[in-house]
Ligand binder design. Structure first.
Ligand SMILES: [Zn+2]
Ligand SMILES: [Zn+2]
Length: 309
């Protein structure tokens, strides 16, 4: 049965975090201390995403000196500009910015700032939708986004608003082909670190290679479990993963397929079962996979579009 991207691609998975703060903005630790903490926790790469606002003198952390043969950094920031529908600043993760990325203009909107970062080569992620109480209109406004932050560990710790799937699932139903990334958004003032990350499939550990892979969606997200393979043949889907107690396939309507058992490492389902149900008049053009371990930790595949199979 043929494996799907990114599992079918050459290279290996590199573990990284794209959203965390240092004392260049409101984090507790110096940049090298933050990077060292991630390196020691087994990460392969890391991005400091300090708050890109005038109050902190528009930081784009230069972490190049902390790169080595087995660890790299991506240069970026968390961008802010007015104004979401609840009347707050936008929070937008921009991974892959030039160090001299110009400050936000006086009248620049979040959507405009995101477009400028996108044009400068960045991977654009809509940050913590639930914490920010983003609406569908907000989600649609960031029209150049690559991804939605579907888990933010800092927000989960702060006020139980770590989940961003509600927004991404609805944007997918509108036909937006966005991907899904998990992060920490750590500030190291609370236990807000090492809780959510991405596994990026690439042939080498270089910032540009990782960025290209992120933009193409060659990754999955996790809080602990690992997804080893997802393959599809006809209407059959097969999933292999580290030991988990629940493997679920869900889609853009209420239909799903699930296998619950202790420490399972694979499951197979008939995708046609996602297409039948009471008064189901429209089929979902996409589905996705979630693996949940005994501790409730999850791994999430990116959305899989049927017309790309
Ligand atoms: Zn934020
Ligand atoms: Zn943040």
């Amino acid at each position: 049965m043929p494996s799907l991207s990114p599992f079918s691609l050459p290279g290996r998975f590199w573990r990284g975090n794209l959203h965390t703060h240092s004392n260049l903005s409101d984090g507790a630790l110096e940049p090298p201390q933050v990077i060292e903490a991630y390196k020691n926790a087994g990460y392969d790469f890391m991005m400091l995403s300090d708050h890109f606002i005038g109050h902190y003198n528009w930081p784009v952390a230069d972490t190049r000196a902390m790169r080595s043969n087995n660890f790299t950094t991506i240069i970026g920031s968390e961008l802010h500009a007015p104004e979401t529908s609840v009347g707050e600043l936008w929070h937008i993760v921009a991974a892959g910015l030039p160090l001299d990325f110009p400050p936000a203009g006086k009248n620049e909107t979040g959507a405009e700032l995101a477009r400028r970062a996108h044009a400068a080569g960045a991977f654009i992620g809509i940050a913590h939708p639930a914490w920010s109480q983003l609406t569908m209109a907000d989600g649609c406004a960031i029209d150049c986004a690559h991804a939605v932050e579907i888990y933010n560990h800092g927000c989960a710790i702060e006020n139980d608003r770590g989940d961003g799937w509600y927004l991404l699932d609805q944007l997918l139903n509108e036909g937006r082909r966005l991907t899904a990334f998990a992060t920490d958004d750590a500030h190291f003032k609370t236990p807000d670190y090492f809780g959510g990350w991405v596994h990026v499939k690439a042939e080498s550990l270089g910032p540009e290679v990782l960025l290209e892979a992120l933009k193409k969606g060659h990754y999955y997200s996790s809080q602990g479990p690992q997804i080893h393979d997802i393959s599809v043949s006809g209407s059959e889907i097969s999933i292999r993963c580290s030991p988990v107690d629940n493997i679920t396939v869900l889609c853009g309507n209420s239909r799903s397929q699930v296998r619950n058992a202790k420490a399972i490492t694979d499951a197979a389902f008939d995708l046609k079962k996602l297409e039948t149900g009471w008064l189901l008049t429209r089929q979902s053009p996409w589905f996705r996979v979630v693996c949940i371990d005994h501790a409730g930790k999850k791994a999430w595949s990116n959305p899989i579009w049927k017309d790309e199979l």
